[in-house]
Design a protein around this ligand. Structure first.
Ligand code: PLP
Length: 416
Protein backbone atom coordinates (compact mmCIF):
# COMPACT_ATOMS: atom_id res chain seq x y z
CA UNK A 1 0.00 0.00 0.00
CA UNK A 2 2.88 2.39 0.76
CA UNK A 3 3.72 3.40 -2.78
CA UNK A 4 5.89 6.47 -2.07
CA UNK A 5 7.55 8.85 -3.36
CA UNK A 6 5.87 11.08 -0.85
CA UNK A 7 5.02 14.68 -1.51
CA UNK A 8 6.76 17.26 0.63
CA UNK A 9 4.93 19.59 3.04
CA UNK A 10 1.90 21.20 1.44
CA UNK A 11 2.71 24.29 -0.65
CA UNK A 12 -0.56 25.88 0.50
CA UNK A 13 -0.84 26.24 4.28
CA UNK A 14 -3.60 23.90 5.41
CA UNK A 15 -4.43 26.22 8.31
CA UNK A 16 -5.74 28.64 5.67
CA UNK A 17 -8.56 26.21 4.86
CA UNK A 18 -10.89 25.93 7.87
CA UNK A 19 -13.02 23.26 6.20
CA UNK A 20 -10.10 20.87 6.64
CA UNK A 21 -10.44 21.20 10.43
CA UNK A 22 -13.94 19.74 10.37
CA UNK A 23 -14.37 16.43 12.11
CA UNK A 24 -17.18 14.28 10.81
CA UNK A 25 -18.85 10.94 11.46
CA UNK A 26 -21.18 10.02 14.29
CA UNK A 27 -18.75 10.74 17.09
CA UNK A 28 -17.05 13.55 15.21
CA UNK A 29 -14.03 11.27 15.09
CA UNK A 30 -13.02 11.36 11.45
CA UNK A 31 -11.03 14.03 9.68
CA UNK A 32 -12.64 15.40 6.56
CA UNK A 33 -10.62 14.32 3.54
CA UNK A 34 -11.44 16.60 0.63
CA UNK A 35 -10.57 14.99 -2.67
CA UNK A 36 -12.87 16.93 -4.97
CA UNK A 37 -10.73 19.95 -5.74
CA UNK A 38 -11.12 19.39 -9.49
CA UNK A 39 -14.84 20.16 -9.08
CA UNK A 40 -14.15 23.19 -6.93
CA UNK A 41 -11.22 24.05 -4.74
CA UNK A 42 -11.42 25.10 -1.11
CA UNK A 43 -11.31 28.81 -0.35
CA UNK A 44 -8.54 30.07 1.96
CA UNK A 45 -9.11 32.48 4.82
CA UNK A 46 -6.98 35.17 3.22
CA UNK A 47 -9.31 35.16 0.22
CA UNK A 48 -12.47 35.50 2.29
CA UNK A 49 -10.72 38.18 4.36
CA UNK A 50 -9.80 40.12 1.23
CA UNK A 51 -13.42 39.97 0.08
CA UNK A 52 -14.71 41.09 3.49
CA UNK A 53 -12.21 43.94 3.53
CA UNK A 54 -13.27 45.04 0.07
CA UNK A 55 -16.99 44.84 0.86
CA UNK A 56 -16.54 46.69 4.14
CA UNK A 57 -14.43 49.50 2.69
CA UNK A 58 -14.89 49.91 -1.06
CA UNK A 59 -18.21 48.34 -2.01
CA UNK A 60 -19.58 50.06 -5.13
CA UNK A 61 -20.38 49.36 -8.74
CA UNK A 62 -17.56 49.79 -11.27
CA UNK A 63 -16.97 51.81 -14.45
CA UNK A 64 -20.06 53.87 -13.66
CA UNK A 65 -19.87 56.28 -10.72
CA UNK A 66 -17.25 58.98 -10.29
CA UNK A 67 -17.26 58.96 -6.50
CA UNK A 68 -14.47 57.68 -4.33
CA UNK A 69 -15.86 54.22 -3.62
CA UNK A 70 -16.72 53.66 -7.30
CA UNK A 71 -13.16 54.50 -8.21
CA UNK A 72 -11.72 52.23 -5.54
CA UNK A 73 -13.95 49.36 -6.65
CA UNK A 74 -13.04 49.95 -10.31
CA UNK A 75 -9.36 49.94 -9.39
CA UNK A 76 -9.75 46.71 -7.43
CA UNK A 77 -11.51 45.02 -10.34
CA UNK A 78 -9.04 46.22 -12.97
CA UNK A 79 -6.15 45.37 -10.69
CA UNK A 80 -7.44 41.78 -10.62
CA UNK A 81 -7.53 41.76 -14.42
CA UNK A 82 -3.96 43.08 -14.61
CA UNK A 83 -2.79 40.48 -12.14
CA UNK A 84 -4.50 37.64 -13.99
CA UNK A 85 -3.02 38.80 -17.30
CA UNK A 86 0.48 38.88 -15.81
CA UNK A 87 -0.07 35.50 -14.18
CA UNK A 88 -1.01 33.99 -17.56
CA UNK A 89 1.76 35.70 -19.52
CA UNK A 90 -0.63 38.00 -21.42
CA UNK A 91 1.15 41.31 -22.02
CA UNK A 92 -2.03 43.36 -22.49
CA UNK A 93 -4.71 43.01 -19.78
CA UNK A 94 -7.25 44.38 -22.26
CA UNK A 95 -7.21 40.97 -23.91
CA UNK A 96 -8.43 39.26 -20.74
CA UNK A 97 -12.22 39.26 -20.58
CA UNK A 98 -13.92 38.38 -17.31
CA UNK A 99 -16.79 35.90 -17.66
CA UNK A 100 -18.79 33.80 -15.22
CA UNK A 101 -16.52 30.79 -15.65
CA UNK A 102 -14.66 28.59 -18.12
CA UNK A 103 -17.89 27.35 -19.68
CA UNK A 104 -19.05 30.85 -20.47
CA UNK A 105 -15.55 31.71 -21.73
CA UNK A 106 -15.61 28.95 -24.34
CA UNK A 107 -19.16 29.87 -25.33
CA UNK A 108 -18.00 33.46 -25.69
CA UNK A 109 -15.27 32.34 -28.09
CA UNK A 110 -17.91 30.44 -30.07
CA UNK A 111 -20.43 33.29 -30.12
CA UNK A 112 -18.08 36.26 -30.25
CA UNK A 113 -15.66 34.92 -32.85
CA UNK A 114 -16.68 31.65 -34.52
CA UNK A 115 -20.27 32.73 -35.05
CA UNK A 116 -19.26 35.26 -37.68
CA UNK A 117 -15.82 33.91 -38.67
CA UNK A 118 -16.86 30.33 -39.55
CA UNK A 119 -19.53 28.96 -41.84
CA UNK A 120 -20.78 25.93 -43.73
CA UNK A 121 -18.11 23.38 -44.54
CA UNK A 122 -15.49 24.81 -42.17
CA UNK A 123 -13.84 22.13 -40.05
CA UNK A 124 -13.66 22.46 -36.27
CA UNK A 125 -11.38 19.86 -34.65
CA UNK A 126 -12.54 18.86 -31.18
CA UNK A 127 -10.41 16.66 -28.93
CA UNK A 128 -12.24 13.74 -27.40
CA UNK A 129 -10.68 14.27 -23.99
CA UNK A 130 -12.45 17.60 -23.57
CA UNK A 131 -14.94 18.49 -20.85
CA UNK A 132 -18.41 19.11 -22.29
CA UNK A 133 -17.66 22.84 -21.93
CA UNK A 134 -15.25 22.62 -24.87
CA UNK A 135 -17.47 20.31 -26.91
CA UNK A 136 -21.08 21.41 -26.72
CA UNK A 137 -20.50 25.06 -27.65
CA UNK A 138 -18.89 23.83 -30.91
CA UNK A 139 -21.70 21.35 -31.51
CA UNK A 140 -24.19 24.20 -31.06
CA UNK A 141 -22.12 26.26 -33.50
CA UNK A 142 -22.36 23.35 -35.96
CA UNK A 143 -26.17 23.45 -35.64
CA UNK A 144 -26.31 27.19 -36.20
CA UNK A 145 -23.55 27.71 -38.74
CA UNK A 146 -23.16 24.36 -40.50
CA UNK A 147 -19.52 23.83 -39.54
CA UNK A 148 -18.25 20.26 -39.48
CA UNK A 149 -17.00 18.78 -36.21
CA UNK A 150 -13.96 16.53 -36.70
CA UNK A 151 -13.17 14.51 -33.59
CA UNK A 152 -9.57 13.98 -32.56
CA UNK A 153 -10.08 10.58 -30.93
CA UNK A 154 -8.26 9.14 -27.93
CA UNK A 155 -6.98 5.57 -27.63
CA UNK A 156 -7.85 3.15 -24.84
CA UNK A 157 -5.22 4.84 -22.63
CA UNK A 158 -6.80 8.25 -23.17
CA UNK A 159 -4.05 9.58 -25.45
CA UNK A 160 -5.00 11.68 -28.43
CA UNK A 161 -4.48 9.96 -31.77
CA UNK A 162 -1.80 12.14 -33.32
CA UNK A 163 -2.09 10.41 -36.73
CA UNK A 164 -5.79 11.21 -36.91
CA UNK A 165 -5.09 14.80 -35.91
CA UNK A 166 -2.56 15.05 -38.78
CA UNK A 167 -5.23 13.88 -41.22
CA UNK A 168 -7.61 16.55 -39.90
CA UNK A 169 -4.84 19.16 -40.06
CA UNK A 170 -4.39 18.42 -43.78
CA UNK A 171 -8.00 19.50 -44.32
CA UNK A 172 -7.24 23.00 -43.05
CA UNK A 173 -9.37 23.18 -39.90
CA UNK A 174 -10.43 26.63 -38.79
CA UNK A 175 -10.25 25.77 -35.10
CA UNK A 176 -8.75 23.17 -32.78
CA UNK A 177 -10.51 22.86 -29.40
CA UNK A 178 -8.25 21.20 -26.84
CA UNK A 179 -7.91 20.58 -23.11
CA UNK A 180 -4.74 21.64 -21.34
CA UNK A 181 -5.34 19.01 -18.70
CA UNK A 182 -8.09 16.41 -18.65
CA UNK A 183 -10.53 16.41 -15.75
CA UNK A 184 -10.81 12.60 -16.04
CA UNK A 185 -7.32 11.22 -16.60
CA UNK A 186 -5.77 14.23 -14.92
CA UNK A 187 -2.80 14.84 -17.18
CA UNK A 188 -1.77 16.95 -20.12
CA UNK A 189 -1.74 15.17 -23.46
CA UNK A 190 1.85 14.22 -24.41
CA UNK A 191 1.17 15.61 -27.93
CA UNK A 192 -0.56 18.81 -26.84
CA UNK A 193 2.33 21.14 -27.68
CA UNK A 194 2.84 19.76 -31.16
CA UNK A 195 -0.89 19.72 -31.92
CA UNK A 196 -1.06 23.41 -30.95
CA UNK A 197 1.94 24.14 -33.17
CA UNK A 198 0.51 22.14 -36.07
CA UNK A 199 -2.83 23.93 -35.69
CA UNK A 200 -1.14 27.32 -36.02
CA UNK A 201 0.78 26.12 -39.08
CA UNK A 202 -2.44 24.81 -40.62
CA UNK A 203 -3.97 28.26 -40.17
CA UNK A 204 -6.38 27.21 -37.42
CA UNK A 205 -7.31 29.17 -34.32
CA UNK A 206 -6.94 27.28 -31.06
CA UNK A 207 -9.22 27.19 -28.01
CA UNK A 208 -7.47 25.73 -24.97
CA UNK A 209 -9.45 24.80 -21.87
CA UNK A 210 -7.24 25.61 -18.90
CA UNK A 211 -9.89 25.04 -16.22
CA UNK A 212 -7.98 22.14 -14.65
CA UNK A 213 -4.41 23.11 -15.51
CA UNK A 214 -4.25 26.73 -14.40
CA UNK A 215 -4.22 25.96 -10.68
CA UNK A 216 -1.54 23.29 -10.81
CA UNK A 217 1.33 24.95 -12.60
CA UNK A 218 2.64 27.99 -14.41
CA UNK A 219 0.83 29.06 -17.57
CA UNK A 220 2.70 31.16 -20.11
CA UNK A 221 0.40 32.10 -22.95
CA UNK A 222 3.18 34.22 -24.48
CA UNK A 223 4.94 30.96 -25.28
CA UNK A 224 1.88 29.02 -26.49
CA UNK A 225 0.11 29.34 -29.85
CA UNK A 226 -3.27 29.71 -28.17
CA UNK A 227 -6.01 32.08 -29.37
CA UNK A 228 -8.61 31.48 -26.68
CA UNK A 229 -7.71 30.35 -23.17
CA UNK A 230 -10.52 29.61 -20.72
CA UNK A 231 -10.37 29.24 -16.93
CA UNK A 232 -12.48 29.49 -13.76
CA UNK A 233 -11.55 31.14 -10.46
CA UNK A 234 -13.35 28.61 -8.28
CA UNK A 235 -10.95 25.88 -9.35
CA UNK A 236 -7.99 27.97 -8.18
CA UNK A 237 -8.91 28.94 -4.60
CA UNK A 238 -11.22 31.75 -5.71
CA UNK A 239 -14.99 32.05 -5.67
CA UNK A 240 -17.65 30.69 -7.99
CA UNK A 241 -19.19 33.13 -10.46
CA UNK A 242 -16.08 34.43 -12.21
CA UNK A 243 -13.78 33.12 -14.91
CA UNK A 244 -11.91 34.55 -17.84
CA UNK A 245 -11.24 34.26 -21.54
CA UNK A 246 -7.72 35.32 -22.47
CA UNK A 247 -7.42 36.08 -26.19
CA UNK A 248 -4.49 36.36 -28.57
CA UNK A 249 -4.17 39.73 -30.36
CA UNK A 250 -5.58 38.33 -33.62
CA UNK A 251 -8.48 36.64 -31.81
CA UNK A 252 -9.34 39.71 -29.76
CA UNK A 253 -9.34 41.89 -32.90
CA UNK A 254 -11.92 39.61 -34.47
CA UNK A 255 -14.23 39.27 -31.46
CA UNK A 256 -17.65 40.92 -31.56
CA UNK A 257 -19.73 41.66 -28.49
CA UNK A 258 -22.28 39.01 -27.63
CA UNK A 259 -24.27 40.46 -24.76
CA UNK A 260 -25.72 43.94 -24.96
CA UNK A 261 -26.47 46.26 -22.06
CA UNK A 262 -24.92 48.57 -19.54
CA UNK A 263 -21.16 48.85 -19.32
CA UNK A 264 -20.41 47.46 -22.78
CA UNK A 265 -21.21 50.55 -24.84
CA UNK A 266 -19.34 53.73 -25.69
CA UNK A 267 -22.42 55.38 -27.19
CA UNK A 268 -26.12 54.61 -27.57
CA UNK A 269 -28.84 56.61 -29.32
CA UNK A 270 -32.05 55.94 -31.17
CA UNK A 271 -30.09 54.85 -34.23
CA UNK A 272 -27.93 52.28 -32.55
CA UNK A 273 -24.92 51.71 -30.33
CA UNK A 274 -21.16 51.77 -30.44
CA UNK A 275 -19.53 49.04 -28.33
CA UNK A 276 -16.88 49.96 -25.81
CA UNK A 277 -13.30 49.17 -26.78
CA UNK A 278 -11.36 46.65 -24.76
CA UNK A 279 -12.70 43.90 -22.53
CA UNK A 280 -15.60 46.02 -21.27
CA UNK A 281 -17.24 45.49 -24.67
CA UNK A 282 -17.75 41.85 -23.66
CA UNK A 283 -18.74 42.43 -20.04
CA UNK A 284 -22.32 43.68 -20.22
CA UNK A 285 -24.03 44.34 -16.90
CA UNK A 286 -22.56 44.42 -13.42
CA UNK A 287 -19.75 41.88 -13.18
CA UNK A 288 -18.71 39.71 -10.21
CA UNK A 289 -16.65 42.47 -8.59
CA UNK A 290 -16.03 40.89 -5.20
CA UNK A 291 -15.18 37.59 -6.88
CA UNK A 292 -12.52 39.41 -8.95
CA UNK A 293 -11.03 40.74 -5.70
CA UNK A 294 -11.05 37.20 -4.34
CA UNK A 295 -9.33 35.83 -7.43
CA UNK A 296 -6.61 38.46 -7.16
CA UNK A 297 -5.84 37.30 -3.62
CA UNK A 298 -6.00 33.62 -4.59
CA UNK A 299 -3.45 34.27 -7.34
CA UNK A 300 -1.17 35.96 -4.81
CA UNK A 301 -1.37 32.93 -2.58
CA UNK A 302 -0.61 30.52 -5.41
CA UNK A 303 2.30 32.63 -6.63
CA UNK A 304 3.78 32.89 -3.14
CA UNK A 305 3.58 29.10 -2.85
CA UNK A 306 5.27 28.77 -6.25
CA UNK A 307 3.39 27.30 -9.20
CA UNK A 308 6.16 24.80 -9.98
CA UNK A 309 6.16 23.63 -6.39
CA UNK A 310 2.37 23.18 -6.48
CA UNK A 311 2.71 21.19 -9.69
CA UNK A 312 5.36 18.85 -8.25
CA UNK A 313 3.46 18.36 -5.01
CA UNK A 314 0.13 17.56 -6.62
CA UNK A 315 1.76 15.27 -9.21
CA UNK A 316 3.50 13.28 -6.43
CA UNK A 317 0.19 12.79 -4.64
CA UNK A 318 -1.62 11.76 -7.83
CA UNK A 319 1.16 9.32 -8.74
CA UNK A 320 1.09 7.72 -5.30
CA UNK A 321 -2.71 7.42 -5.43
CA UNK A 322 -2.54 5.96 -8.92
CA UNK A 323 0.09 3.38 -7.93
CA UNK A 324 -1.70 2.42 -4.73
CA UNK A 325 -5.07 2.03 -6.43
CA UNK A 326 -3.58 -0.01 -9.29
CA UNK A 327 -2.36 -2.57 -6.75
CA UNK A 328 -5.86 -3.23 -5.46
CA UNK A 329 -7.71 -6.18 -7.05
CA UNK A 330 -10.64 -5.16 -9.25
CA UNK A 331 -9.65 -1.50 -9.31
CA UNK A 332 -9.02 0.00 -12.73
CA UNK A 333 -7.37 3.39 -13.03
CA UNK A 334 -8.57 5.21 -16.15
CA UNK A 335 -6.02 6.50 -18.60
CA UNK A 336 -2.79 4.75 -18.07
CA UNK A 337 0.12 4.67 -18.13
CA UNK A 338 -0.02 7.97 -16.31
CA UNK A 339 2.46 10.59 -17.50
CA UNK A 340 4.53 11.91 -14.62
CA UNK A 341 2.46 15.03 -14.11
CA UNK A 342 -1.17 14.56 -13.08
CA UNK A 343 -3.44 16.21 -10.56
CA UNK A 344 -6.08 13.57 -10.02
CA UNK A 345 -6.94 9.94 -10.51
CA UNK A 346 -10.18 8.44 -11.84
CA UNK A 347 -10.95 4.78 -11.29
CA UNK A 348 -13.61 2.10 -11.28
CA UNK A 349 -14.11 -0.80 -8.88
CA UNK A 350 -15.38 -4.04 -10.43
CA UNK A 351 -19.04 -4.74 -9.60
CA UNK A 352 -19.45 -1.50 -7.67
CA UNK A 353 -21.26 1.43 -9.23
CA UNK A 354 -19.18 4.62 -8.92
CA UNK A 355 -22.02 6.29 -7.00
CA UNK A 356 -22.03 3.42 -4.48
CA UNK A 357 -18.25 3.57 -4.23
CA UNK A 358 -18.44 7.29 -3.62
CA UNK A 359 -21.12 6.80 -0.95
CA UNK A 360 -18.95 4.17 0.77
CA UNK A 361 -15.96 6.51 0.78
CA UNK A 362 -18.14 9.38 1.94
CA UNK A 363 -19.19 7.30 4.94
CA UNK A 364 -15.49 7.16 5.85
CA UNK A 365 -15.04 10.89 5.47
CA UNK A 366 -13.33 10.66 2.08
CA UNK A 367 -15.07 13.05 -0.30
CA UNK A 368 -14.65 12.15 -3.96
CA UNK A 369 -16.63 12.76 -7.13
CA UNK A 370 -18.57 10.05 -8.94
CA UNK A 371 -20.15 10.13 -12.39
CA UNK A 372 -19.05 11.04 -15.88
CA UNK A 373 -17.50 14.35 -14.76
CA UNK A 374 -19.04 16.15 -17.77
CA UNK A 375 -16.79 14.14 -20.06
CA UNK A 376 -19.05 11.49 -21.58
CA UNK A 377 -17.15 11.09 -24.87
CA UNK A 378 -13.91 10.47 -23.01
CA UNK A 379 -15.52 7.96 -20.67
CA UNK A 380 -17.02 6.15 -23.67
CA UNK A 381 -13.59 5.99 -25.34
CA UNK A 382 -12.07 4.61 -22.14
CA UNK A 383 -14.79 1.96 -21.95
CA UNK A 384 -16.38 3.23 -18.73
CA UNK A 385 -19.81 4.75 -18.27
CA UNK A 386 -18.69 6.56 -15.16
CA UNK A 387 -15.89 6.62 -12.63
CA UNK A 388 -14.82 7.73 -9.18
CA UNK A 389 -12.46 10.70 -9.19
CA UNK A 390 -10.07 11.73 -6.42
CA UNK A 391 -8.48 15.08 -7.13
CA UNK A 392 -5.74 16.96 -5.35
CA UNK A 393 -4.69 20.55 -4.75
CA UNK A 394 -1.81 22.42 -3.17
CA UNK A 395 -3.32 21.84 0.31
CA UNK A 396 -3.77 18.06 -0.11
CA UNK A 397 -1.30 15.81 1.69
CA UNK A 398 -0.06 12.25 2.04
CA UNK A 399 -2.61 11.47 4.74
CA UNK A 400 -5.34 12.28 2.24
CA UNK A 401 -3.90 9.73 -0.17
CA UNK A 402 -3.54 7.16 2.64
CA UNK A 403 -7.17 7.71 3.65
CA UNK A 404 -8.29 7.21 0.05
CA UNK A 405 -6.25 4.03 -0.42
CA UNK A 406 -7.41 2.53 2.88
CA UNK A 407 -11.06 3.33 2.21
CA UNK A 408 -10.93 1.85 -1.30
CA UNK A 409 -9.07 -1.22 0.04
CA UNK A 410 -11.86 -1.79 2.59
CA UNK A 411 -14.47 -1.38 -0.13
CA UNK A 412 -12.68 -3.97 -2.26
CA UNK A 413 -12.49 -6.39 0.70
CA UNK A 414 -16.18 -6.01 1.50
CA UNK A 415 -17.03 -6.66 -2.15
CA UNK A 416 -14.87 -9.83 -2.34
N1 PLP B 1 -13.31 22.45 -18.34
C1 PLP B 1 -12.84 21.55 -17.48
C2 PLP B 1 -11.65 20.71 -17.88
C3 PLP B 1 -13.45 21.36 -16.25
O1 PLP B 1 -12.99 20.44 -15.41
C4 PLP B 1 -14.57 22.17 -15.92
C5 PLP B 1 -15.28 21.99 -14.65
O2 PLP B 1 -15.29 20.94 -14.08
C6 PLP B 1 -15.00 23.12 -16.85
C7 PLP B 1 -14.34 23.25 -18.04
C8 PLP B 1 -16.17 24.00 -16.57
O3 PLP B 1 -15.87 24.91 -15.58
P1 PLP B 1 -17.02 25.85 -15.00
O4 PLP B 1 -18.10 24.93 -14.52
O5 PLP B 1 -16.35 26.59 -13.90
O6 PLP B 1 -17.49 26.72 -16.10
Amino acid sequence: MDARPAADATPLDRAQFPVLERRIGRGGDRPLVYLDSAATSLVPLRVTEAVTRFLHTSCANIHRGAHMLAEEATDAYECAREHLAAHLGVDDPARVVFTHGATESLNLAALGWAEHALGPGDVVAVAEDNHHANIVCWQMLAERRGVEIAWIPVDADGQLDYGEWCRIAERGPKLAALAQQSNVVGWEQPDLARILDDARLAGAFTALDGAQAAVHGPVDLAALPVDFYALSAHKMMGLTGIGALACSPRAFERMRPVFGGGGMVAQVDACGYVPACGPQGFEAGTPAIAAAVAWNEALRMLEEAGMERVRRHVAALALRAQRGLSELPGVRVLGGPTPASASLVSFTVDDVHPHDASAALDAEGVLVRAGHHCAKPLHAALGARASVRASFAGYSNDEDVDALLSAVARLVERRA
